[in-house]
Write a protein that binds this ligand. Structure first.
Ligand SMILES: [Zn+2]
Length: 266
C-alpha cells in the first residue's frame, strides 16, 4: 500500500478533464507546495542494528522490554499471555524533545486465540495493545516470557531527519488552502519527493492515513492526540496489521501519559 494506491482510488472518483500544459503544471505545483509549506514538519526515520534480545532501556523494535519488576510485562486479557514488545523508545535517545523515561508499545499477536479481533485491537485504547510511559528506576527485572511471539530485537541506533507533510485526508482539518487540488501535480510531487506524507516507519511528522483521518482524543481532556510514532509499512516487525496496514502511536498534548495505538488497512 502506498500513496499511489490512495491517490488512484481518489482519482477514479473524478471525471476526466482537459490535460493541463507543462507550464500550468509547474505553476500549480509551486502553488501547492507554497500552500503546504507552512504545515511542514520534520519526521525521523529509524536506523536499525540487530541485537541479542536483552532486558534493557535502549530504543528498539521487538526483543525484551525494560521491566520495573517481575510482574511488569503487560499480559493480554484474552489469552493471558505476555504481549510481544513492538516498540520501546528511550526518550533520552530521541533526536529532539529529549527527556527521562521510556515509552513502550505491546500488542497481542496470538492468532489462535483471535485476540486481535476479540479485543478490536485496531482501535485506539483497545485492551489488545498496551502503551505506556514509564520511569527508569532500577536495573531491569528479567523473566521468562510466556508469549507466542517474541520478535527479533532491532536497536534504533540513529535517526534520519526528513521533511513530512500532512496527508490530503486532513487538509480540511488543518485548514490547508481550500482551493488546493493535488491531483494534477501528484506525479511531480512524487518525482521531486516534496509535499507528500511519508508512509514508512517514523518518529513524529504527520500520520499517513490509509482510510480517513482517525486521530484519537484524550479520554479526559478530549484534546486531539498527536502522532508520536508510525509503524507497519517498513515491516521491521514481521507482523502485518490486517492487509498491509499502518499503525499510529499517538500521545495527548495535555498529558504525556495518555497514549494510544490504532491501525487501519485498505
Ligand atoms: Zn492475546
Amino acid at each position: 500500500m502506498g500513496f499511489f494506491n490512495w491517490f488512484s482510488n481518489k482519482k477514479e472518483e473524478k471525471t476526466s478533464k482537459a490535460m493541463p500544459t507543462q507550464l500550468d503544471l509547474e505553476q500549480k505545483y509551486q502553488e501547492v507546495i507554497a500552500a503546504l509549506e507552512k504545515h511542514k514538519r520534520t519526521a525521523y526515520l529509524p536506523v536499525l542494528k540487530d541485537n541479542t534480545k536483552t532486558f534493557s532501556t535502549n530504543s528498539k523494535y521487538g526483543g525484551y522490554p525494560y521491566l520495573r519488576n517481575e510482574n511488569d510485562w503487560p499480559i493480554c486479557e484474552n489469552c493471558k499471555k505476555h504481549m510481544p514488545l513492538f516498540l520501546q523508545l528511550n526518550l533520552n535517545e530521541l533526536p529532539i524533545k529529549k527527556e527521562d523515561g521510556l515509552i513502550q508499545l505491546f500488542y497481542c499477536t496470538n492468532y489462535d486465540e483471535d485476540c486481535e479481533s476479540e479485543l478490536e485491537a485496531f482501535f485506539p485504547f483497545s485492551k489488545g495493545s498496551a502503551c505506556r510511559k514509564i520511569k527508569i528506576e532500577n536495573p531491569s527485572a528479567t523473566i521468562q516470557p510466556n508469549s507466542i511471539d517474541i520478535f527479533d530485537e532491532k536497536l534504533i541506533v540513529d535517526w534520519n531527519a526528513k521533511n513530512d507533510y500532512p496527508h490530503p485526508e486532513e487538509y480540511s482539518l488543518r485548514n490547508v488552502d481550500a482551493t488546493i487540488d493535488i491531483d494534477d501535480v501528484y506525479e511531480l510531487m512524487e518525482e521531486r519527493d516534496c509535499g507528500l506524507t511519508i508512509s514508512q516507519d517514523k518518529l513524529f511528522g504527520w500520520p499517513y492515513w490509509i482510510q480517513s483521518e482517525e486521530y484519537p482524543y484524550d479520554r479526559k481532556t478530549e484534546t486531539r492526540m498527536e502522532l508520536l510514532y508510525q509503524m507497519g509499512e517498513s515491516e521491521i516487525i514481521p507482523y502485518m496489521f490486517g492487509d498491509l496496514g499502518i499503525g499510529h502511536l499517538t500521545q495527548s498534548p495535555d498529558n504525556d501519559e495518555e497514549l494510544a495505538f490504532g491501525w487501519a488497512c485498505s
